[in-house]
Design a protein around this ligand. Structure first.
Ligand SMILES: [Zn+2]
Length: 525
């Protein structure tokens, strides 16, 4: 789904040393009594001897004190570090500074432990999203400038600068800057936080989400508009995870670690190893099977890229393998069932999954990209400026939604900003504008326009952002707060699907770096 994920491995390794135990500025003075020898108890002068022995004992005592003090002075002069350590161990640590706390959230590069280090509090963030402390994943100097990465032997990707893109992986400060720079605002960020809260409130005890969200014990039907996909837990879970991951929340970082961990655990447990890769479709037998595989794979790939968790990475590679083997060998597309002749809607999700896997540096055959390009050519109309759903249907008409999906795939597979057909397609979307009842179209078209940039993006974004902020249920709506009423002609996923797509659309400012304007991006820190 994302083109250019931040690739943690390309980012400079932090050079910060492990957090030092805070040391007191001035070592405490040694207790006076501690260094004195027990002379008074061991040498008890007899009364008759006291007259001449007293000055002698005092002299000895003074000499001994002087020797001990001299030895101490030598230690201080020769090894101040040792002294510092001695005093540090006996001194109560001071409260760590804020900077140290933030550094402590940085994690080493090679983490394979899926257990979160700590579970952050899950307080309501809906009104405070922009101000609340989020994940500190990277140094603020990381992120945007480190974009170049090897495009490897992917001819289909020539011209795309692959590199750090999924920026929820950035620090709060960078994220904030990107929100401002690319057209978000505090209202859109509050909306994202509120949407996540709703998702958190509807996670089931086994870690999954359901398109029949109302079956959650706390919801008890307070939130209407269950989806019609009643037996699709992996699909719903993949979708909810994407909303969290898009905001930079993983099972190891951020405010929703426990939720993401339980969701990822559920997916991995539900996945079925097969001869053709890891099958994430669950018990789905209807048309949504390969959709589910696609979006669960994107979730695993994004999580693998952000966390470097080897368990997630392995699952993501298995899931990619399944997608590669499910591609139709003739037309290069995907459809409901593995190896069916393709349609562009399912193909769009699989292309996004493969690209996420590529950006996460996962292993899978890249010939899939070339074959997918073949399919796009079959599905194009107007020379590639518009797209149809099913190229096998004679004279199939292009549609706005398929055009948005097709153009985004084209961008991912190498069309650049100078491509006239891409420019025509963008003009077409620009005229259509964000739709009040087609979130699927809005989601894809928003990404196309964001990557394209310029005044087209500015125009699009203001309408899209404000429409989403305006139509979200506010806090006063109780359990519904943070969700969106279904407004989509493809709405089998109900309120949960609508809420996930809306949150992801509002995460566009930092989820993806716009691919054609990176050289112009300068984020001030
Ligand atoms: Zn509810």
């Amino acid at each position: 789904m994302s083109t250019e994920h931040l690739e943690p491995s390309t980012l400079p390794t932090t050079t910060q040393s492990p957090i030092a135990i805070p040391k007191s500025a001035t070592p405490p003075a040694a207790k006076p009594g501690k260094l004195s020898l027990p002379i008074d108890q061991t040498i008890v002068p007899k009364p008759s001897e006291a007259s001449w022995r007293l000055p002698f004992v005092t002299l000895i005592s003074l000499l001994l004190h002087a020797m001990v003090l001299g030895a101490l002075a030598l230690i201080v002069l020769k090894s101040p570090q040792l002294v510092e350590e001695i005093f540090t161990t006996v001194t109560e640590p001071e409260e760590p500074s804020e900077a140290i706390v933030e550094q402590s959230m940085l994690e080493p590069e090679n983490i394979n432990d899926s257990t979160p280090q700590s579970v952050a509090s899950q307080e309501t963030t809906s009104n405070l999203a922009f101000e609340t402390k989020g994940p500190i994943d990277l140094n603020v100097s990381d992120g945007i400038p480190q974009l170049e990465a090897d495009t490897g032997n992917l001819p289909g990707l020539a011209g795309i600068k692959v590199g750090g893109e999924t920026a929820g992986r950035m620090s709060v400060q960078v994220k904030k800057t990107m929100v401002a720079k690319f057209g978000g605002n505090s209202a859109s960020e509050a909306s994202v936080a509120s949407g996540m809260k709703w998702l958190q409130n509807h996670q089931l005890p086994d870690g999954s989400w359901s398109f029949v969200h109302s079956k959650h014990a706390d919801c008890k039907g307070q939130c209407s508009q269950d989806g019609s996909f009643t037996n699709c837990p992996t699909g719903a879970t993949g979708m909810a995870l994407l909303a969290f991951l898009g905001g930079g929340h993983t099972h190891q970082k951020g405010d929703y670690q426990r939720n993401v961990k339980r969701g990822i655990d559920f997916l991995i447990k539900a996945a079925q190893p097969t001869e053709t890769g890891l099958d994430l479709r669950g018990k789905v037998t209807a048309n949504e099977g390969m959709y589910v595989q696609g979006l669960c794979t994107i979730a695993l790939c994004e999580c693998a890229a952000m966390s470097k968790d080897s368990r997630v990475r392995k699952a993501a590679e298995g899931a990619l393998d399944f997608i590669v083997k499910a591609q139709n060998p003739k037309d290069g597309g995907w459809r409901y069932n593995p190896r069916d002749p393709g349609d562009l809607s399912v193909t769009g999700w699989e292309v996004m999954a493969l690209k996420s896997g590529y950006n996460a540096k996962l292993k899978f055959p890249t010939s899939s990209f070339k074959n997918a390009e073949k399919f796009l050519k079959l599905a194009q109309a107007e020379g590639g400026a518009q797209y149809v759903y099913d190229p096998a249907i004679d004279k199939a008409p292009p549609t706005p939604t398929m055009t948005a999906v097709g153009l985004l795939c084209r961008m991912y597979l190498g069309w650049d900003h100078k491509n006239k057909k891409l420019a025509e397609g963008v003009q077409y979307l620009d005229k259509i504008k964000p739709q009040p009842n087609n979130m699927y179209f809005n989601y894809y078209a928003t990404q196309v326009m964001h990557h394209w940039g310029g005044e087209e993006w500015t125009r699009w974004n203001e309408l899209m952002r404000d429409q989403l902020v305006r139509t979200q249920h506010p806090l006063k709506d109780g359990h519904l707060a943070g969700s969106w009423d279904l407004a989509d002609v493809h709405g089998g996923g109900g309120r949960l699907y609508m809420t996930c797509l809306s949150v992801m659309t509002l995460e566009v400012y930092y989820r993806h770096l716009p691919m054609y304007s990176r050289e112009n991006i300068k984020v001030e820190f």
